[in-house]
Design a protein around this ligand. Structure first.
Ligand code: AGP
Length: 589
């Protein structure tokens, strides 16, 4: 979603800002822009399109000045137009603002300011530039003006601003939006994601809700009342790898092939931490997973594992709905939040509410130092490295690995669990190799279908749902995944001649019943794609998987489904890394 970068030093800002925005591109965006200050003048360039195009068409690299801000926008309020791209400026072109999030009361503020100010965009963000202008005109510094703005706006935001009246200074604030500061001598950075400046420094401090941070020769944090607050700098231990496709056509394929390593890295955890978390989960009166999208499907696998291995029942509630259940969340509740980015606004909202009610928060996160990690009582990192493709692949496998680790530890079988997951992991390379060409051919057969259904039972139901999510996300084919037994309660009405139905039916105790459900679709003309270790007369196409223990099938069944989605997207001419309308990090509700 939107990404913010800011930089101040005694060297040109534009190259650093553009490098930073490049690192945030993977989050998904529709327009880009930067603003710099030089000799009492604000230079601003922005437009719709890819960063490289905007950069070339508006000569962004040529914008002079040592202080600046940059932004990649994912439209919420106002269409995808040049006017709506950030930065937004005040009437006098003295102040520039970038914003990530949503200002809920922008209409009311806009109505108030309209008679005195000239609005150029339809965005909620522009009101911040005009409010700052109002307060600076009253004689306030940019910092004091920002403090006053914060009292006027409602919503979720990370905001950074510069003013020609205070060259060499950046002022920023946040509420429920990500914002991190970095320093490297006299070079000061701010961004919505530390990845934006990770190639320059690992020395970071996190901006907390309500903080106003000023970056110039120093970095000073103050609270809403202007009192200084201490935000400790720490070194984040994250190796910076330039995101490259390493010979693959797309990041998504590279990331699928990185799965075995991702699983192995996820298993490298502090055993005491895992033990402590497992004990707390067992002891908790009520355990609730909360997550969105793919991470929620990982939670569904986790729920099954906790029940099957440790006899512990848990609920799974999607992030955007969790806060509606807050009446039932109290100090006896243990919440496990799962999120690759650690910045998903829907999850943050539920977790915040649960914390207020006294719940304990555990989390499983990939992005180090992210908001959810910092809100948690205990957090486990996935350790799978940055995931660039919008479609989650390797991070899902890392989440599963940690859930196996926790479940086996809850059953007092930690070492056995680690060994077993490692063994299954070795077979995953084979799954990718065996199925690549076959799945590509199947994708070619089904690429013109409008709908596709995925069915499975037991632990693999979550994999059916995940397979369907992957397909719709990047191929834009309508897809639904469901428990096989649920099909006849409605969805069967949609099956007609040639409808692809992906049947995940490993040879475990669900095999016969799942196959019976597949037969019901076949009888209505479905094109049945079986995912199993053995071929069957029922299957029109067969995707082979390795035999394993029942509980480990998700690890081997999901990979061919990721490949099916990938090849379907490519066959339809889509970019699987950057699906339309979607963002990697969903920082708005
Ligand atoms: C997965 O392919 C999707 N891009 C999406 O559903 C994602 O899983 C969801 O937005 C949650 O993201 P998170 O794991 O970063 O919280």
């Amino acid at each position: 979603m939107c990404g913010i970068v800011g930089f101040t030093s005694d060297e040109p800002a534009a190259p650093v800002l553009l490098r930073g925005l490049k690192c945030l591109e993977y989050r998904g965006y529709d327009s880009a822009g930067i603003a710099t200050i030089c000799n009492g003048q604000l230079n601003c360039g922005k437009d719709v399109g890819k960063l490289d195009e905007v950069c070339t068409n508006h000569n962004l690299i040529g914008l002079v000045g040592n202080t600046g801000i940059g932004h990649v926008r994912w439209a919420t309020h106002g269409g995808v137009t040049m006017e709506n791209a950030h930065p937004h400026c005040d009437c006098k072109q003295e102040i520039a603002v970038v914003h990530n999030g949503i200002i809920d009361n922008y209409e009311e503020l806009r109505a108030e300011l309209r008679s005195e100010h000239c609005f150029k965009s339809q965005t909620d963000t522009e009101i911040v530039a005009h409010l700052l202008e109002e307060y600076v005109e009253e004689g306030l510094s940019l910092e004091a003006a920002m403090r006053k703005v914060v009292r006027r706006i409602r919503g979720t935001y990370s905001i950074a601003a510069i003013s020609v009246r205070e060259p060499g200074r950046l002022v920023a604030t946040r509420k429920d939006g990500p914002l991190v500061v970095g320093r490297d001598g006299n070079r000061k950075f701010i961004a919505s994601d530390a990845l934006a400046f990770m190639e320059h420094t690992h020395d970071v401090a996190y901006v907390e809700d309500g903080d106003i941070v000023v970056l110039d020769e120093d970095i000073v944090f103050t609270n809403e009342d202007g009192a200084a607050v201490d935000r400790a700098f720490k070194t984040i231990d994250w190796r910076w790898d330039e995101p490259t496709k390493q010979g693959y056509d797309y990041y998504m394929m590279k990331e699928i092939t990185e799965t075995p390593d991702a699983i192995r890295c996820a298993l490298e955890q502090d055993k005491d931490l895992i033990l402590d978390m497992a004990m707390n989960i067992l002891r908790a009166k009520q355990v609730v997973f909360t997550a969105c999208g793919t991470s929620r499907y990982a939670a569904l696998v986790g729920r099954y594992l906790f029940s099957r291995l440790a006899g512990k029942f848990c609920d799974v509630i999607m992030g955007s709905e969790f806060h509606y259940f807050s009446d039932s969340v109290d100090k006896n509740t243990l919440v496990i939040a799962i999120s690759q980015s650690g910045e998903t606004a829907d999850v943050i909202q539920g977790v915040k509410k649960a914390r207020e009610n006294g719940a304990t928060i555990f989390s499983m996160i990939n992005m180090i130092g992210s908001s959810i990690a910092r809100m948690s009582d205990r957090s486990i990192y996935l350790n799978c490295g940055p995931e660039i493709g919008v479609a989650a692949t390797k991070s899902f496998m890392s989440q599963l690995a940690i859930l196996y680790l926790l479940a086996f530890t809850m059953a007092n079988r930690m070492d056995e669990g680690i060994q077993k997951v490692r063994d299954v992991c070795d077979t995953i390379e084979g799954v990718i190799e065996t199925n690549g060409l076959r799945v590509e051919r199947i994708a070619g057969l089904t690429k013109h279908n409008n709908s596709c259904y995925y069915i499975a039972r037991g632990i693999n139901f979550a994999i059916a749902a995940e397979g369907a999510l992957k397909l719709k996300e990047i191929s834009y084919i309508h897809a639904e995944g469901m428990p096989a037994g649920e099909l006849k309660h409605g969805t069967l009405a949609l099956i007609e001649k040639g409808t692809p139905v992906v049947v995940i039916c490993p040879k475990d105790y669900t095999f016969e019943e799942t196959l019976a459900n597949a037969a019901e679709t076949k009888a209505r003309g479905a094109f049945v794609i079986g995912v199993s270790e053995e071929n069957h007369a029922m299957f029109d196409e067969w995707i082979e998987i390795h035999a394993t223990e029942e509980i480990f099938y998700p690890l081997v069944t999901v990979v061919p489904l990721q490949l099916l989605a990938y090849y379907s997207a490519v066959a339809r001419g889509n970019d699987p890394d950057r699906p339309r309308n979607l963002a990697k990090s969903v920082t708005v509700k």
